[in-house]
Design a protein around this ligand. Structure first.
Ligand code: GDP
Ligand code: IMO
Ligand code: MG
Length: 428
């Protein structure tokens, strides 16, 4: 079976978790390697819905192992909520879910700083973060004052480092941001002392684990979070997340050479969405955008915010293919386009009157983009029951072909026609 990586090709929420869940059946190890609880990954099985923020989306298969590796900023409290809920719903995670001792921790003060900073920034500067403490946790990692899971297991050292961070954040929030810092150090410590003991059996050297699994010929599935244009280097900076979401993160975020990957799968929503602020060339602020939002049930899985919606943007997609080296795509949410009389695909950008097929790297240029569209006729038939590509309405097939033609004719391994695991057309 091929080793695969799954990466969001747009601004997140493309449907990565559905594909992870689908491919877990033919994999041995599912690995979350970057991001944190800002991710909201939804899996639907027989109408029952599960949303994961910390736990890898492969956890629903009882005999598969899931790892959270060093590149992730780990939110222990969220993790415990999720494993508790999984237990209540009949899933045992013991002995098949592990976390890297090198993963940095998101602590409660990171969330306070995240929210205070967003509040403090002026309207045009606000990023619209998920408030999960992601930026401040990665900032501590880069500043080299972060706390890792390995520290949690050495209590005295944890207390000492946590105190110095706590004092710094308290001062930052109260004095600089002028906001409330209602976290009591001793209470935080008491909570984390308990958490340390619960987490102890989960904490391992995940790089060594993956290496051994690789040597033994196990099939690996890497689960990317967020999406290509939220990448801290290649995305729409500063309206991005604080990690690298593009392919290189697999190697740095796991500590294993990623040369074992066979399939680089770009998860592609067949229209475009974005949560939070920042440029979005094909955004539709009209009734059509509203209809996409409603039909796609486009609400953030983490924050519940309405997602901004627009037409499919192939300039963006071509850039994502270049950045990640996708070898194949999964085309998601085709059913959402049912009932639109006309569908549009953006093929080029017009910037200052000049037409280009290149994605501009400067935010100022991206903000000026006027999308150039091709128009296609829609369909009205319900396609959620289709399990075979040939069963799709002619116009749906034409839409997929037009999209593919704009994306270097990359093959696609599936077309998703509904949220449920079963609502999938496999084309590989
Ligand atoms: P992720 O972050 O990329 O894993 O995606 P999210 O879970 O945040 O958002 C995708 C949403 O679309 C979830 O509610 C999924 O259940 C849903 N979804 C996934 N595939 C399809 C599909 O083909 N059609 C429809 N209608 N919904 C889908
Ligand atoms: P999944 O894995 C969509 C966005 C936030 C905000 C920006 C920065 O479910 O696709 P952060 O909290 O990371 O500092 O917020 O990034 N964002 C996401 N948008 N899907 C996600 O994850 C996201 N994770 C972060 O909305 O614009
Ligand atoms: Mg999501």
């Amino acid at each position: 079976m091929p080793n695969s990586v799954i990466i969001g090709a747009q601004w997140g929420d493309e449907g990565k978790a559905k594909v992870i869940d689908y491919l877990t059946e033919e994999s041995d190890l599912v690995i979350r390697y970057q991001g944190g609880a800002n991710a909201g990954h939804t899996v639907v099985v027989n109408g029952e819905k599960f949303v994961f923020h910390m736990v890898p989306s492969g956890i629903m298969y009882p005999n598969k192992t899931c790892l959270i590796t060093n590149g992730v900023v780990f939110d222990a409290e969220q993790f415990l909520i999720e494993i508790e809920e999984l237990k209540e719903r009949g899933f045992n995670v013991n002995g098949r879910l592990f976390i890297s001792d090198l993963a940095h921790m998101v602590l409660p003060y990171h969330k306070i700083v995240d929210k205070a900073r967003e509040e403090y920034l002026s309207k045009g500067q606000k990023i619209g973060t998920t408030g999960r403490g992601i930026g401040p946790a990665y900032a501590d990692k880069a500043t080299r004052c972060g706390l890792r899971l390995g520290d949690l297991l050495r209590w005295d050292s944890f207390v000492e480092k946590a105190k110095s961070n706590y004092d710094e954040k308290k001062r930052l929030v109260e004095v600089f941001y002028g906001a409330t810092f209602d976290l009591v150090f001793e209470e935080m410590l008491a909570t984390y002392k308990k958490i340390a003991e619960i987490l102890r059996p989960f904490i391992i050297d995940t790089a060594a684990y993956i290496f051994t699994a690789k040597q033994a010929g196990k099939t690996l599935l890497f689960e990317g979070a967020q999406g290509t244009f939220l990448d801290i280097d290649h995305g729409t900076y500063p309206f991005v997340t604080s990690s690298n979401t593009v392919i290189g993160s697999v190697a740095t975020g796991t500590g294993v050479n990623a040369n074992c990957i066979d399939d680089y799968i770009g998860i592609v929503k067949v229209y475009t969405t974005r949560v939070g602020n920042g440029p979005f060339p094909t955004e539709l602020l009209d009734a059509t955008g509203h209809k996409l939002q409603q039909q796609g049930f486009e609400f953030g899985s983490t924050t519940g915010r309405e997602r901004r919606c627009g037409w499919f943007d192939s300039v963006l997609l071509r850039k994502a293919i270049q950045l990640n080296g996708f070898t194949t795509m999964a085309l998601m949410k085709l059913d959402v386009l049912t009932g639109f009389e006309e569908l549009k695909i953006c093929t080029h950008y017009k910037i200052d009157g000049e037409v280009t097929d290149q994605y501009p790297t400067q935010l100022e240029d991206l903000a000026k983009v006027e999308p150039v569209y091709i128009s296609l006729p829609g369909w009205t038939e319900d396609i959620t029951g289709c399990r075979d590509f040939d069963a799709l309405p002619e116009n749906a097939k034409k839409y997929v072909a037009a999209l593919q033609a704009q994306c270097y004719n990359l093959p696609y391994l599936m077309v998703s026609v509904g949220p449920d695991r079963a609502e999938t057309i496999i084309t590989r």
